[in-house]
Design a protein around this ligand. Structure first.
Ligand code: FES
Length: 572
């Protein structure tokens, strides 16, 4: 157990010198009394609330509820705002800024008199950004997930975030619903604050954060609008104060076994392919090696048991009522390391004691899964030497082994125009290929990987076809989409060399992805390829361009991965 003089904040607030006088007098300027902070752990509440983040609309008040818990436990709470990263509004893509948030969190914590941190977030990139920064800083930290929004509703029909947008957009394009229907759907699909309530990146990453051990038990799927949510937030405030006294730092939580548990949970949830990138980055921040093949290996062992859209039928609100992540993990005991400690100060053995599943169709038994395997397949071949990923469960089965001519688009705009052209020469046998949508090319690897089905084919009733890109795909999307091709086209990966008419061969059971060209022809094209000019000359874009890694490496900056420690600031 640490003493007050062991606290990091003691250097700012506890010593008898002119600097500490200044720090204390400035706290008193804000109306705090010495009794509010003297000898107490200072808890940063890193809040990704903003007026334009719909998923985090409640985090302003949740911060107050966290503070209540911090005060109760004898800590001193300070709210520190951080970049909000609203998935729909931030352009060109939030992924351009995940590492920005991670850097911001790390430096916020480093530069202030902070002993521990509560991380408030949940909308897609905020969870990995918050965790990556806090892990690199190394102070005790606890993640408070924003939680999913309530189910969508349209004329009594349940609507799911993302998935039903894509579905009804295609129906509108095919002429099966009216503009008036579409407007009604717009008003009914997102009914409350909270994150997307399908198994998108948000729900997947919040579950992964819990499985890694960074949340209170069963926190990750509490609906944002449920009264359990503020109670959980207050409990987190109490607990982080204890964690500081116990010096329960992230390195004591994050082990290779904890990463294994996260892989198991991600797979059993049928989680988003984006998690692959984020979990690699998170693990590597802690110096834990993790690569794509670990995801493929787990995918062959662990069934998908969460029956949640887009792979399944229900939504996250149903998942919570069915028992939440605690219920799901109780069904996976044989795959999990149960003796690990979490931020709750309890092992999984203890946390899963008495856990139950209340709706067995929502969280299925292991012997009656939604899919026996296949949440993630990692494909390699001459088109993706460093790997590409796919969610076979979300694809029409006949497309899992396919050979067809490529229809290549060098950028998003030309693709978007072409698919609306009724005269486009395309059949369901074609393989749509989008180049230059990777980490450098997008830039920021946008979620363009679910390329739209050409309008002409939609009218013929086609709803899935093989699509390949170096982009990502929203976890709420579906279809036979091969994503994250590495190395990306922009840096001269083989995807840049493919031309319309080349024959593409995909065999998911063999985990292969090839273009049927001999190496001599590939080499000829490689030599003729000219690299694009750098997009940014200044600012964040230039920094991003210089340091961003490829998808199979987690898209982290080389300068932010585990290595030499950054010194503590001098206090002069
Ligand atoms: Fe925030 Fe989907 S838009 S989680």
């Amino acid at each position: 157990m640490r003493r007050p003089e062991d606290l990091r904040s003691h250097r700012w607030l506890g010593v008898h010198d002119l600097r500490a006088f200044g720090h204390r007098s400035r706290l008193q300027q804000m109306g705090y009394d010495r009794a509010d902070f003297a000898g107490k752990p200072v808890i940063a509440i890193v809040n990704t609330w903003s007026d334009i983040n719909q998923c985090h609309a409640h985090l302003r008040i949740r911060a107050e509820e966290v503070k209540r818990g911090v005060w109760q436990a004898g800590g001193f709470p300070l709210e520190l705002p951080a970049m909000s990263l609203s998935e729909p509004f931030v352009k060109p893509t939030t992924m351009l800024y995940r590492n920005f948030l991670a850097m911001e969190v790390e430096e916020l914590l480093r530069s202030h008199p902070v002993d521990g941190a509560i991380l408030l977030g949940g909308c897609d990139k905020t969870t990995p950004g918050l965790l990556m920064g806090a892990i690199s800083m190394g102070l005790p930290c606890l993640f408070v997930p924003a939680g999913p929004m309530l189910r969508g509703n349209w004329r009594g029909e349940v609507l799911g975030s993302g998935s039903d947008s894509w579905k009804y957009w295609d129906e509108l394009r095919a002429g099966n619903i009216t503009e008036a229907d579409w407007e009604e759907i717009e008003g009914g699909i997102a009914r409350s604050y909270g994150t997307c309530m399908t198994m998108g990146t948000a729900a997947s990453m919040m579950a992964v954060a819990e499985a890694l051990g960074f949340t209170l038990p069963n926190a990750s799927s509490i609906p944002a609008a449920d009264a359990n949510h503020p109670r959980m937030a207050t409990g987190a405030g109490r607990r982080i104060v204890e964690m500081v006294w116990q010096d329960l730092t992230p390195e004591k939580i994050l082990s290779p076994e904890a990463v294994h548990n996260a892989l198991v949970v991600h797979n059993a949830m049928g989680g988003s392919t984006n998690v692959i990138i984020h979990l690699i980055a998170i693990a590597r921040r802690a110096g834990i090696p993790l690569d794509l093949h670990a995801f493929d290996a787990i995918s062959r062992q662990v069934p998908v048991i969460a029956n949640v859209r887009p792979s399944g039928k229900y939504l996250m609100e149903d998942f919570w009522y069915a028992g939440g992540l605690r219920g799901l993990m109780s069904r996976l005991r044989e795959h999990l390391h149960l003796d690990l400690e979490t931020v709750a100060g309890r092992s999984w053995h203890d946390i899963l004691q008495g856990a139950e599943v209340y709706h067995p169709d929502v969280i299925r038994p292991v012997d009656d899964p939604v899919f026996a395997e296949g949440a993630t397949a990692v494909l390699t071949g001459n088109l993706a030497p460093a790997g590409a990923v796919m969610k076979p469960a979300a694809a029409q089965p006949d497309l899992l082994k396919h050979r067809g001519p490529a229809l290549v688009f060098p950028d998003y705009d030309s693709m978007a125009r072409a698919v609306e052209d009724e005269g486009l020469e395309v059949t369901r046998e074609h393989v749509l290929i989008l180049q230059n949508a990777g980490p450098q090319g997008g830039p920021g690897m946008p979620e363009w990987g679910m390329l739209p089905i050409p309008r002409k084919l939609l009218r013929q009733g086609v709803r899935d076809m093989l699509r390949i890109s170096d982009a990502r795909m929203s976890g709420t999307s579906y279809g036979a989409c091969i994503l994250h091709v590495a190395p990306e086209a922009w840096v001269g990966g083989p995807l840049a060399l493919v031309r319309t008419g080349d024959e593409i061969e995909v065999d998911v059971s063999a985990r292969s992805l090839n273009v049927r060209l001999d190496e001599r022809e590939m080499q000829r094209r490689r030599e003729a390829w000219t690299p694009p000019l750098p997009r940014y000359q200044r600012g964040w874009g230039a920094l991003f361009q210089q340091h961003i890694g490829q998808a199979d490496q987690g898209c982290d900056f080389d300068i932010l991965q585990a290595g030499a420690a950054t010194p503590e600031p001098e206090i002069h």
